[in-house]
Design a protein around this ligand. Structure first.
Ligand SMILES: NC(=O)CCC(=O)C(=O)O
Length: 301
């Protein structure tokens, strides 16, 4: 198990279950900015250290919309990215909001036009100085067909990313995935073994799979890996083309749901305590009982 993550510290996590995403990108960005400011000024309680927006917060969700809303992010791994020169209105807004509010910001996801000309579903992540420190391109595209219920094919216009994302924050290392990525247990398992204290997924499940799988998948990823797991959804809008499940949730390392909501616009807060990970692993020591000598193919990462 990797040990080179920064020292872990407790923090408050805020999930913005944003509503009112329309065809007007400018108004979506303004609303997201207002909600970030609202999230860091809760009526009571401590300021959150990490704030999360949902999947596809600046555009309607659907493959026909991605080409029209796509922006060039321009981030190159390992390089300092000058956000002030960015051509992306979304990146500029998110960077400024993270800086103004002094928080780590997992900026949901946006349709991104990559340097290779492909389109990606991309999360951009900022430190409290407003610097863009990482991006995550959704690896597993949401291509499903449940006859009579839901057919969705992100790959019509999007390309899947090919890198895992682990961000060293002031509170510890955090893994990031996007929505359908949660169905692939390898992401959370590798993140936990690389020292992540949490996996956070901006996401937008639907009314068919949401009731069955949204919470189940988060609890499964948490219990298997003894880390915090959280998903941040948009609010549900029955007038939109895609009906999101909502229920933004935080699950602790024992698999307990410690914060959640229904489907309207809301901000969900939870306290993340690395000590809870240590206690869980001491009590149920699966992290040291693994038998990679028996299933060694899985250990090759
Ligand atoms: N936006 C998505 O990736 C949706 C994933 C989803 O609904 C699922 O069931 O998986």
């Amino acid at each position: 198990m990797a040990t080179d993550a920064k020292a872990n510290r407790p923090f408050r996590l805020a999930l913005i279950q944003m509503g009112g995403v329309t065809a007007d990108k400018t108004s979506n960005l303004a609303h997201a900015r207002d909600l970030i400011h609202k999230a860091v000024n809760p009526q009571s309680g401590e300021k959150p250290g990490v704030v999360v927006l949902p999947e596809c917060f600046n555009s309607p969700y659907g493959h026909v919309h991605f080409p029209k809303y796509a922006e060039s992010v321009g981030f190159k791994k390992g390089e300092t990215y000058d956000v002030s020169n960015s051509s992306s209105d979304s990146v500029k807004m998110l960077s400024q909001a993270a800086k103004d509010c002094g928080v780590w910001l997992i900026g949901g996801s946006i349709p991104e036009k990559g340097e290779d000309g492909n389109l990606y579903n991309t999360a951009t992540i900022y430190n409290p100085r407003g610097e863009l420190v990482a991006i995550h391109r959704k690896i597993h595209l949401f291509d499903i067909d449940i006859p009579g219920k839901i057919t969705f094919k992100e790959s019509t216009t999007l390309t899947g990313g090919s890198e895992l994302t682990h961000v060293d924050t002031d509170y510890g290392r955090i893994g990031v995935g996007i929505c359908y990525d949660v169905r692939f247990p390898e992401l959370a398992m590798i993140a936990a073994r690389k020292g992540c204290i949490a996996m956070i997924y901006p996401g937008a499940f639907n009314l068919t799979t949401g009731p069955l799988h949204w919470e189940l998948l988060q609890r499964a990823r948490a219990v298997d890996n003894q880390i915090y797991v959280s998903m941040c959804s948009p609010a549900r809008d029955m007038t939109a083309g895609y009906h999101a499940w909502g229920h933004s949730t935080v699950v602790d390392p024992m698999g307990a749901v410690i914060a959640t909501t229904e489907h309207d616009e809301d901000i969900v807060y939870a306290d993340i305590d690395p000590q809870k990970i240590a206690e869980t692993r001491a009590g149920i020591p699966v992290t040291t009982q693994r038998r990679f000598d028996v299933y060694k193919d899985v250990a090759d990462f």
